[in-house]
Design a protein around this ligand. Sequence first.
Ligand code: CTP
Length: 401
Amino acid sequence: MLSGKKVLLGVSGGIAAYKTPLIVRLLIKQGAEVRVVMTPSALDFVTPLTLATLSQNPVHSTFTAETSGEDHPRWNNHVELALWADLFLIAPATSNTISAMAHARCNNLLLACYLSAQCPVFVAPAMDLDMYAHPANQSNMAKLAEFGNVIFPAQDGFLASGLEGKGRMMEPQDIVERLESHLAKNAPLRGKTVLITAGPTYEAIDPVRFIGNHSSGKMGYALAEEAAALGANVILVSGPTAQTTETNTIKLVEVISAAEMYTAVFEHYHKVDIAIAAAAVADFKPQDKANQKIKKNVGLSNISLVETQDILAEMGHQKKHQFLLGFALETENEIENATAKCQKKNLDAIVLNSLNDKEAGFGGDKNKITFIEKEGTKHAFELKSKTAVARDIFQQIIQLG
Ligand code: CTP
């Protein structure tokens, strides 16, 4: 479950910080990407060099870059760090750090990241038994739980003070297992396979020229990342685009033409649970491809075109258990035409792309959609980033079961 996840680890200044290199190692072993922020006092317990070496990323503990080597200090951007994270683990969390988190105090980088984080936050407290049991600390922890943070309760055992009782940080192995089971619970597409087509197709005229379109592939790739984040195994059949993915649960199959996309899709279609046709497949291709580059002096007065195979229509035709979603781009009678397309191609739902908004559609980072179910129920969404649109689309699919 942690594979490909971006984990921000916040280390505060308690003796249990000496166990954090093990947390980093375990996370990396599970395929997570890890970045570490430390409070200044954590530096007394574990070295940034150890954590940077294990995480393969620089470790930050101040608001400005520690070793920029430049005339002017550079900012360690806590907002960027916090928004980068898929999950934020604060381990160990001292009484002081927990109190500051509960009261929105922000006098170090870890706390600034906490207040900026949009992702799930996990807190592994560690302190002496009386501090842990103190009503002030208990009430601060309860407050964090109220904010939606997940508390990994401290464990019974020997404490650095020589006393014995509840206050030890949960063991690194248990912390990582809990993170995994939390992710599993929140991964509604776990065990499912999702097939997505993305990008344009290029239909060759001769060895160097083709008929194509302006599709950037951004919507299809955003859908693939969202499906992977929801726990699915993804097969992404993509035409030529500048998009890339490093998520290891996304299998990228690169194709050029509609015919290649067709073959790649039907290699997998029968065994997938959800299929989404987000590609802007060329509707027509040259009837014949010249074997050599067509020379200017030979001339070319016309190109005879023939229809490409409609991949989505064939998916609808062969549909058994799959949930099948198509896209529609319409310029008039949008809803009627999209609904008709949904029924004609035997889809479960169709996403209507609106061209009425200048910022939406091909090439850009935003999209404005209406999700139409096969019997006509409509859900209209605002103009949003393609990442947010992908989230909306999967929420609809999951709701439809
Ligand atoms: N599509 C496909 N194969 C094609 C053409 C389209 O799989 N050869 C898919 C697209 O990925 C999209 C949907 O069909 O999900 C709708 O494409 P669109 O071009 O809007 O519709 P068409 O069926 O081609 O009809 P028209 O162009 O006449 O509106």
